[in-house]
Design a protein around this ligand. Structure first.
Ligand code: FMN
Ligand code: SF4
Length: 372
């Protein structure tokens, strides 16, 4: 039976246990996306917490594709120095690190643009949360984004990271190409799901071409984006099969986006009881039953009991956590050392606000305590 504290491997990556820090924007880079001393300190703390793997917050692959302030960038060779410092620090603390790569598509924030330019998307569909319609990308612009993913993946490898994760969820660029809601194109990049997969297939090919077959390449994939007329489970299962054929090593299943009527956002609030936990595990199981590559479930995992059940009942091969590690970066170490009380994160999402304030993503409860 799979156990949480058990050594495993995926491609050339060896993991000490089955707990992964899911990609989390941490607002610790500078305004151009360069790694800062604060970022090193932030990740150093996480790295000494006994996690099997740390995935960085999303690194934007082109200068005009950031969604959040102080996000990590990966669009220039000069950025390798900082990325290498980061990887070295994490390794020195015994951790493993993977860089998450993304283009925000229509969710890029023009206030954060580094160069003159426009917001790009697969089609000129207003982004649900901002109401802003992007410019529909030309074929040449699509090719430039694909190339940018390939170059960013090379930088990840050259910086000494242990792998790459492609961000294919949460309503960002790749999700937008996959979804019938945001992709209304009539050329070879739009139409049925086999055509809407084309962009992601090219991104994977570019990434794999840059890093070689032995370097771990994961994806965080939306199992369903819950847009009206958006990507549904059957289509996403098709995408997973294609990804497997095209050489992906592991798939993390997430779902939802902001600005959708159902409110089914990726970071769901109020996960306070054991029955609310692991809210995407059923979705993950559909993928586990469809493909052979390992599956990670993320979303609402707060207790070691739930993790044991997810693993033993084969909902997923790995679990990923985000907010519990903002609240307590050493949660895994605490569990490993024998204190198996569940995470004290109350899933209030206050950490998004702290990140926007410019002082890094920290738990709001800690700030409130300091104020008293
Ligand atoms: C502050 C914050 C930043 C996040 N940044 C990212 C990100 O950069 N990339 C990503 O794939 N997901 C991101 N997420 C989503 C989480 O990785 C995760 O999918 C979601 O919060 C559900 O997991 P949880 O219940 O363990 O928090 C972020 C979530 C939060 C709260
Ligand atoms: S602010 Fe703290 S308690 Fe609230 S979701 Fe974020 S980490 Fe959890």
């Amino acid at each position: 039976m799979p156990e949480l504290f058990e050594r495993t491997s995926i491609n050339s990556l060896e993991l000490e246990n089955r707990a992964i820090r899911s990609a989390t924007w941490s607002a610790v880079c500078d305004q151009k996306g360069y790694v800062t001393d604060r970022a090193i300190e932030f990740y150093s703390k996480l790295a000494s917490g006994c996690l099997g793997l740390i995935v960085t917050g999303f690194q934007y692959v082109m200068p005009n594709s950031a969604a959040m302030p102080y996000q990590m960038g990966n669009y220039k060779d000069e950025m390798v120095e900082g990325l290498r410092r980061l990887a070295d620090e994490i390794h020195s603390k015994g951790g493993k690190v993977m860089g998450q790569l993304a283009h925000a598509g229509s969710r890029a924030n023009p206030e954060l643009f580094i160069e003159e330019g426009e917001v790009w998307g697969p089609s000129a569909v207003p982004e649900p949360a901002t109401g802003r319609a992007p410019k529909e990308m030309t074929i040449e612009e699509i090719a430039s984004v694909v190339d940018a993913f390939g170059s960013a993946a090379s930088r990840i490898k050259n910086s000494g990271f242990d792998g790459v994760q492609i961000h294919g969820a949460h309503g960002y660029g790749i999700n937008q190409f996959l979804s019938g809601f945001t992709n209304r194109r009539r050329d070879e990049y739009g139409g049925d799901i086999s055509k809407r997969y084309r962009f992601l297939g090219e991104v994977l090919e570019a990434v794999r071409g840059s890093v070689g077959k032995d370097f771990p390449v994961f994806i965080k994939l939306t199992g369903a984006d819950y847009y009206d007329g958006g990507l549904v489970l059957d289509e996403s299962l098709y995408v997973a099969r294609r990804l497997e054929e095209d050489g992906i090593d592991c798939i993390e299943i997430s779902a939802g986006s902001r600005g959708i009527p159902s409110g089914l956002v990726p970071s769901r609030p109020n996960i306070l009881h054991i029955e609310d936990e692991a809210y995407l595990a059923d979705l993950a199981r559909s993928f586990k039953e469809t493909v052979k590559v390992p599956i990670i479930t993320v979303g609402g995992i707060r207790s070691i009991e739930v993790i044991s059940r997810v693993l033993s009942d084969h909902f997923a091969d790995y679990v990923a956590l985000c907010r519990p590690l903002i609240r307590e970066p050493h949660l895994l170490k605490r569990w490993k050392d024998g204190n198996t009380e569940k995470s004290t994160c109350i899933s209030c999402n206050g950490c998004f606000e702290t990140g926007l304030s410019g002082f890094g993503v920290v738990c709001k409860l800690d700030l409130e305590k300091e104020d008293k």
